[in-house]
Design a protein around this ligand. Structure first.
Ligand code: MGD
Ligand code: MGD
Ligand code: SF4
Ligand code: MO
Length: 724
């Protein structure tokens, strides 16, 4: 980072501990701050070696954390839009005016059209902010709208849907015991770039190295030879959205070769055996491209390993058979005796047990359905893929106002262009966000909260998914700027002011007031929550801002199962029923092989990208362009294309134009675009011209393609590619 100015007296330096909130690895950081006459300045950011979980790890995004704080483009005051479209102008306004404007807009819609006329979207960074967890979630519940959406339905709903059915709670998700496993089987995840997800695993590269030193192996199945595939012991190309068949055929082999050793508290084994009886590795090979003999060998090795863990992430959950895949992964772990076993998969015991203490509800399914398409809710949320049609389609219950919190859904959700048009036609939209971007530009008002370095943090979410039990509370590094508001203060104000404007007969007013009249700060709430767990105290955490170690994961089953009968229900009706749809697909489409001339599109992440934002950090965007469509050289040849040419990519919903790059890292027949690009809207600021070239993959993804859980099938989209 920048060095101190050389003139004048020496500038006092201090060392402050902080936490990175940019991804699920939740790394502990050590900041050097110089107290300059003009104000404090972060001069270096390092990984904190004393953090018991992250052990000194840091990635380029963590190094750039102060860029967010210092970014001149970041909003520091609320702004309101005057005019529409190209003529829109943004005017800075006071917090009081912004909050009143927001409350007026939300209340007017609810009073006139009912609570379901309000749509709410909670984006990814909500999971990374304590205030969003303690106050934002409560505010949204208080609105009692059925049109509640979040990043979950473009991400991990299948994991939750399966956990709810098997283990009785949507967040009772087993985590790979990476520090002790000897066989790590990875489907559709790239932790070398993503730093792990639904597996908080800071320092993945070193943990993998240690796994190797123990004599362990990592096997990766992915349609792209990713950064993770390149450091694996084995990588196999697998055709997008065909993993379900591969996994089911592995279960088939387990039964066929009598390799099953499930725990006694499992029910439904016979149903699983019957369900996979006809799905052989030979079928799977045809659908997936993974040779049958390899599938058999991997299955045997997995079953024989002294501690094995199967794990599947975005490549499995954001595809057409996401729930079947996540279910089959659990079956594989459970049937081979790797469930609740050291070196297999285990349930973390966080200091604040959001599952056991019912801080988050168990989940429910199909209590209501979306108005237009009739898609079932899960855990109180509808798939964000239905949002556009709910805004566009007139009638009782039409969404007429939208509140987004930390979401850039025009870039993050399927058919973003259509959604942008829908948002621009709303009666009212408000965004709690730190940037004016592709989504928030459609809002009438944007309310920017403080960012990571100005707020205290305790990870209510990610300790629940961590490969080691630890706890950490980090106070704010900087006091919040004069006149700034924390997100939780904004949520409280929006709730109270909206409630005050609602018709008296609206019971929602009471719900809103009760839920967030909590003037209590997030840290006070955490103090109380920690008392319920009795594993550590706020006092201890304040004395140890590097975090406290609560030990490795350990077996806790079946006591912690949340099912009424304390049994795992291995063959849930909803999943077994969906196998019919899978069989049909195998039969009618030769697996998921594309039609003649078609290619199959998947997404990707880069170590220096952060979903749809941080593209204005110079530090992160320098280097070689990385926005291109990746394609196998054989496919380039058959399509008459050469490396570097501009190509038109078309899907059922849209078309984009960008450069193509040939690489044999791609499976033939499969192409890849990164997600979170596409900053072409007027007024968007990105630090590099090549990023402006980067297009949004979600102008191609299709809101009609859903898993049974309602999760968007963002991967495996059929496209055609031609010279532009
Ligand atoms: N095709 C395709 N699409 C995908 C994916 C994919 O793999 N492929 N991945 C999906 C996944 S896993 C996810 S999680 C979603 C993420 O999609 P989103 O939910 O849209 O989240 P982000 O892209 O991270 O956008 C974050 C937004 O929050 C703002 N922000 C950042 N920090 C803060 C803060 O502290 N407070 C507030 N209020 N705002 C803040 C940013 O300015 C930005 O507008 O994208 C999904 N979309
Ligand atoms: N640097 C960085 N880190 C991040 C993020 C980021 O944007 N940048 N985002 C964070 C978020 S919100 C999340 S949810 C996590 C996601 O964490 P990961 O899931 O580890 O990240 P991805 O890179 O999306 O990995 C998905 C992989 O699935 C593969 N894939 C696609 N389709 C299929 C398929 O049908 N079958 C199989 N087997 N594989 C398939 C892709 O090639 C890709 O390698 O990352 C988090 N960490
Ligand atoms: S891996 Fe990088 S982005 Fe993720 S928490 Fe650690 S430093 Fe932050
Ligand atoms: Mo995500």
């Amino acid at each position: 980072m920048e060095t101190a100015e050389t003139t004048g007296p020496p500038v006092p330096q201090r060392r402050v501990l902080a936490a990175c909130n940019l991804c699920e690895a939740i790394c502990g950081l050590e900041l050097t701050i110089e107290d300059r006459p003009a104000g404090p300045k972060v001069t270096s950011i390092r990984g904190n070696p004393d953090d018991p979980l992250s052990r000194g790890h840091i990635c380029p995004k963590g190094v750039a954390l102060a860029d967010v704080y210092e970014d001149p483009d970041r909003l520091r005051h609320p702004i309101k839009r005057v005019g529409r479209g190209a003529d829109a102008e943004w005017v800075e306004i006071s917090w009081d005016e912004a909050l009143d404007l927001t409350a007026d807009g939300l209340a007017a819609t609810i009073n006139e059209h009912g609570r379901n006329a309000l749509g709410v979207y909670l984006g990814n960074p909500n999971a990374h902010s304590l205030g969003a967890q303690t106050h934002g979630v409560q505010m949204v519940k208080g609105f009692r709208t059925r049109n509640k959406f979040s990043a979950s339905s473009v991400d991990q709903v299948p994991h939750q849907f399966v956990a709810w059915q098997l283990f009785g709670h949507q967040l009772l998700i087993p985590i790979a015991d990476l520090d002790r496993t000897s066989y790590f089987l990875v489907f559709g995840a790239n932790p070398m770039a993503s730093n792990g997800s639904l597996m908080t695993v800071p320092d993945f590269p070193n943990r993998l190295r240690e796994l190797r030193q123990r004599g362990g192996r990592m096997v990766v199945l992915d349609p792209r030879r990713t950064e993770t595939a390149k450091v694996a012991d084995e990588h196999h190309f697998v055709r997008p959205a065909s993993d379900a068949v591969v996994l089911l055929s592995m279960l088939h082999v387990l039964f066929e070769e009598d390799l099953t050793t499930p725990p006694v508290y499992v029910e439904g084994l016979e149903s699983v055996r019957l369900a996979v009886a006809d799905i052989t590795p030979e079928h799977a090979a045809e659908a997936s491209g993974v040779p049958a003999e390899e599938i058999r060998r991997i299955t045997r090795e997995f079953a024989a390993a002294d501690g094995a863990a199967a794990y599947g992430r975005i490549g499995l959950s954001t595809q057409g058979f996401g729930s079947i895949c996540q279910w089959a992964i659990q079956c594989l772990n459970i049937l081979t005796g790797n469930f609740d076993r050291e070196g297999g998969v285990l349930f973390p015991e966080p200091a604040v047990d959001i599952v056991g203490k019912a801080i988050v509800g168990r989940g429910h399914h199909d209590v209501w359905r979306s108005r237009v398409r009739g898609i079932p809710e899960f855990a109180g949320e509808l798939p964000v893929s239905v949002l556009s049609e709910e805004i566009e389609t007139p009638g009782e219950g039409q969404v007429r106002a939208v509140l987004t919190v930390a979401g850039n859904l025009v870039l993050s959700t399927p058919d973003g262009r259509r959604l942008a048009a829908a948002l621009s036609g709303l009666d009212f939209m408000a965004a709690v966000d730190i940037y004016l971007n592709e989504t928030t530009r459609h809002a009438d008002v944007i309310l920017p909260p403080t960012t990571a370095l100005e707020r205290e943090q305790y990870d209510l979410v990610f300790h629940t998914f961590a490969v080691r039990n630890t706890a950490r509370f980090t106070p704010a590094v900087f006091e919040k700027a004069e006149g700034a508001m924390h997100d939780w203060e904004i949520f409280r104000e929006i709730a109270l002011r909206t409630a005050a404007r609602l018709d008296k007969k609206k019971s929602m007013a009471k719900a809103l007031t009760e839920r967030v009249s909590l003037s209590v700060s997030p840290s006070t709430l955490v103090t109380t929550l920690l008392l319920t767990g009795r594993r550590t105290t706020m006092r201890a955490l304040r004395q140890h801002p590097e975090g406290v170690d609560l030990g490795p994961l350990r077996p806790t089953m079946p006591e912690r199962l949340q099912t009424k009968d304390k049994l795992i229900h291995l063959a849930p009706d909803r999943i077994i029923a969906d196998l019919g749809r899978l069989r049909e697909t195998i039969a009618t489409q030769r697996g998921n092989a594309p039609a003649d001339g078609e290619l199959v599109l998947i997404g990707r992440r880069h170590q220096r990208d952060n979903n749809s934002w941080m593209h204005n950090s110079e530090r992160l965007t320098k280097g070689k362009p990385r926005h291109q469509l990746l394609m196998h050289p054989d496919d380039l040849a058959t399509h008459g294309l050469t490396d570097g040419t501009r190509v038109r990519i078309s899907s059922r919903v849209g078309e984009v134009t960008t450069e193509v790059r040939g690489t044999d890292d791609m499976m033939p027949g499969v192409v890849s675009l990164p997600h979170g690009y596409g900053h072409q809207a007027p007024g968007m600021r990105v630090s590099r011209a090549s990023l402006v070239e980067g297009v949004s993959i979600n102008d191609l993804t299709d809101p009609d393609r859903l898993d049974i859980s309602g999760n968007a099938a963002l991967n495996g989209v059929p496209v055609t590619v031609s010279q532009a």
